[in-house]
Design a protein around this ligand. Structure first.
Ligand code: PAF
Length: 284
């Protein structure tokens, strides 16, 4: 096996120290495993921007506000490791939760304003869990750059802000959202959708595309564009819209009209038991 599997913090530290001594530039992709093409596209991006790619796989318990969601999170480490090896990844770090959060653990990192709305409002504690684990991983891995997907757009912005605020010495690279051939945004949760739920879930990406087309045809009023997406979702049985919003990419605050600044449409919906999120850039 060419990929190095690092199961302890001690092994990771020895490995990253060696990379530093040899003058390598490490590109880091943090994941929670059960990898799909979306993750692998982030790995490819990291490989283009560094000369050693390190991936972490850690299902971080502190970012799950719903214990049932954590329990149901799919795991397949063997498959993940072989996918990463095929993709030329140098090392994968797979810690246990006891290693990361010792018995005495009591520190956290939080970002305020950007986490107040959308996922942050619906999932109390979620972003503090994310920013804390990402900070821990950044300290351990010491990467030159790290790649985060635009699929979790709010997460990406929160991490960019954290890196700016806390002066982390690394570059955050944005990885474009990857879709399945039918348009569904790739997610490790998609495997839990039944066929009929999947058909309903597709209405999220269809709605976003329709709204983008409506915008490109001249409609700039956010309320009207949101109505286009809402109309496709609101009458579906077992689909509950969590939020639909058109926001400034910078502040994540809602806008009334889509003007020149970078603007994105965000969507989250519960389809059966599965919570899905998606988004589309209206202007960039
Ligand atoms: O996006 C994810 O998979 C997770 O939130 C992350 C960034 C790996 C932190 O646990």
């Amino acid at each position: 096996m060419n990929i190095k599997v690092l199961n302890t913090i001690k092994e990771l530290r020895a490995y990253t120290r060696e990379l530093q001594i040899q003058g390598h530039k490490t590109g880091f992709v943090p994941t929670m495993g059960y990898l799909h093409e979306g993750h692998l596209s982030l790995v490819d991006l990291a490989a283009r921007r560094s000369d050693k790619v390190l991936v972490s796989i850690f299902v971080n318990p502190t970012q799950f506000n719903d214990p049932k969601d954590l329990e149901a999170y799919p795991v397949d480490l063997e498959r993940d490791i072989s996918l990463l090896e095929e993709r030329g990844v140098s090392a994968v770090f797979i810690p246990t939760k006891e290693m990361i959060y010792g018995k005495r653990h009591q520190s956290a990192v939080s970002v305020s304003s950007l986490t107040a709305l959308w996922e942050g409002a619906d999932r109390p504690g979620h972003f503090e869990g994310v920013t804390t684990i990402v900070s821990i991983l950044f300290h351990l891995v010491k990467p030159a750059c790290a790649v985060f997907g635009e699929k979790d757009f709010q997460q990406l912005r929160v991490i960019e802000q954290m890196v700016e605020d806390l002066h982390f010495d690394l570059e955050i690279i944005r990885g474009p959202l990857v879709r399945e051939s039918d348009g569904l945004a790739m997610s490790s949760r998609n495997v839990r959708l039944s066929e009929s739920e999947r058909q309903k879930a597709l209405e999220i990406s269809r709605g976003l595309r329709r709204a983008l087309a409506t915008y490109q045809n001249g409609e700039k009023e956010a309320g009207k564009l949101l109505g286009v997406v809402r109309a496709g979702l609101e009458n579906l049985v077992d689909v509950k819209i969590a939020y639909l919003a058109i926001v400034s990419e910078d502040t994540l605050k809602p806008v009334e009209f889509v003007e020149d600044e970078a603007t994105r449409m965000l969507a989250a919906a519960q389809v059966g038991k599965i919570r899905l999120i998606d988004n589309i850039a209206l202007t960039s």
